[in-house]
Design a protein around this ligand. Structure first.
Ligand code: GLA
Length: 300
């Protein structure tokens, strides 16, 4: 922050490699921060004011500002994180504001404040994965986070694998989805939901082991299994998304694909061997965002 009180913060979006709908149950997740960023610049003002391409920018910025005990600010937001595409534009926004207003915080404290702000602003009981990835992801790595203890470590991500995010075009606001009811069903032990959670947690461990031994085909198989479990047991996929996953998986060079993030629309994650990505976009018939891993806002 400059002496006149002006500040700038920047934070990335994220993909989640594996570990879906387990963060709010204290499970392990494996996201990466990606090279799409939101930048917020601000200065103290008489009341909260936001100039933003992000829908509901004011609600989010005010929620995180208040959570961090900041006085009202006038904030301008610029972003290359596509909204409603399942790459967590909201976490990028919240963490960029936190990093600008409170750069001295630990990344863990910032992520927790942003999670609480997101829950308050949206009325959705999100877990901590997205905010953690935006704060503490690291270039060249995936972030293995235990959402129960908040312990984390970095797992090298192979430079020969491309991260492709396929936008379904089915936009949704999490508040209008059954996210909260899925969470309640899992917490209350509904057998189908628990079957997903238990199998997904085993897949996270297997995925980390496959990354560590460089077993690319195993990564792909685990993505396919995760998709089937999210579709059949957790029931967060849609027919459009299932079709995209099938088309992406059939593309030569694609190791595997699955629905990513909360679900109910949003996007598909595909891992593709570098150099063999040509034609993926026309094969799936949707825009594809090729991403690199990046540093989170609290990593230098
Ligand atoms: C959203 C939430 C996360 C997580 C995922 C599902 O992205 O913000 O906390 O629950 O859905 O894995």
């Amino acid at each position: 922050m400059k002496p006149d009180g002006t500040w700038t913060g920047r934070a990335p979006g994220r993909v989640n490699l594996i570990g879906e709908h387990v963060d709010y149950l204290g499970g392990k997740v494996l996201p990466c921060a990606i090279d799409r960023f939101t930048t917020s610049t601000g200065a103290p003002a008489a009341e909260w004011e936001v100039i933003s391409p992000v829908p509901d920018g004011l609600r989010f910025v005010r929620a995180v500002g208040e959570r961090l005990d900041a006085p009202p600010q006038r904030v301008r937001i610029e972003s290359s994180v596509p909204p409603s595409a399942g790459v967590s534009s909201s976490a990028a926004l919240l963490v960029s504001v936190a990093a600008g207003l409170r750069p001295e915080l630990s990344g863990v404290a910032a992520a927790l404040a942003c999670q609480a702000a997101e829950q308050a602003a949206r009325g959705v009981l999100v877990g901590v994965m997205d905010q953690f990835a935006a704060a503490l992801g690291r270039a060249g790595h995936a972030l293995l986070l235990d959402c129960g203890t908040l312990e984390y470590r970095y797992v090298p991500f192979p430079p020969t694998v491309l991260i492709a995010v396929i936008e379904s075009g089915v936009q949704r606001d999490l508040a209008d989805t059954p996210y909260n009811s899925r969470r309640r069903e899992a917490e209350s032990g509904l057998p189908k939901r628990i079957r997903h959670v238990e199998s997904e947690l085993r897949r996270v461990d297997a995925f980390v082991a496959a990354l560590e031994r460089g077993d690319l085909p195993a990564l792909g198989r685990l993505l396919e299994e995760s998709h089937a479990s999210l579709r059949d047991d957790f029931e967060v996929s849609t027919p459009e998304i299932d079709a995209l996953v099938e088309r992406a998986s059939a593309h030569r060079g694609c190791l595997g694909a699955r629905i990513m993030g909360a679900g109910f629309g949003g996007s598909v994650l595909a891992l593709v061997e570098a150099g063999r990505e040509g034609g993926l976009e026309s094969a799936v018939g949707r825009p594809v965002l090729f991403c690199q891993t990046a540093d989170g806002a609290y990593v230098s």
